[in-house]
Each structure stands twice: as structure tokens, then as C-alpha cells.
Write a protein that binds this ligand. Sequence first.
Ligand code: ZN
Length: 136
Amino acid sequence: MLKKISHIGLAVINLDRAIEFYRDVLKMDIRGRVKVESQGVEIAFIKIGGTTELELLSPLREDNGVARFLAKHGPGLHHICYEVDNIGERLAWLKDHGISLIDEQPRTGAEGDKIAFANPKSMLGVLTEFKEVRKR
Ligand code: ZN
């Protein structure tokens, strides 16, 4: 089933300013920053507590979900991500229970893990990501 909350995704307009805010005002540790050209986003990871993270998402282009989210809602809470043991089994189980999946098959996330999103319309309004962590 679901092991834990992996991270909370936050949509931001300006990644540099958001990093400054979290680092300098909230005194949080920025763990890394990566451009994911295939998804048209740049992501910064912030550690909080033992294993949970914040994922700051900023669009590199206008033709992706984060850009559309920002245009519609402005910056803020974008998605929640749960870590799972076996993402293939989890997606099949969700489908069997009538959950609409954005990703029918897992894809590779920013750090090489297997990820998939479920449609917020099937998840009580919450855009939900599932992640199987790659063995490191
Ligand atoms: Zn995420």
C-alpha cells in the first residue's frame, strides 16, 4: 500500500525567488535543483524532517501542466506524492477501483524513480502522484 508521504509539490512562478524564500526566510535546506526538459519544468527539492520533502515546480514553457495550473490557480499547493512499494500493482489496483489515471503506465521521474499521477477528479480534488523509489 502507501508507505509514506514522499513529498508535497508546490507550483511557483519564479524558482530563484522561491528558493531564496525557503532558504533564507524559512531556513530550509535546498537539496538539489534539476531541469526536466521533457516535462518542461525546473524542480528544486527541499528537505523537511527525516524523509519528507517539498518539491518546488516552475514551468520552463507554457505548454505543460504546471504552467496551466499557475495560469488557473496562481502559485500554491500542486500535488501530494505517496511512496509505494510496487507502482505497477498499485496502478492496477487503483484502476480496478475506478480511479482515472493520468499515467496508465509508470514513467521515469526527475531523479530516476518510477512515478505516475492519478486524476484529481478521481482523488477528491487532489492531484496525486505515486512513486516507487529506484534502488540506489
Ligand atoms: Zn512530485
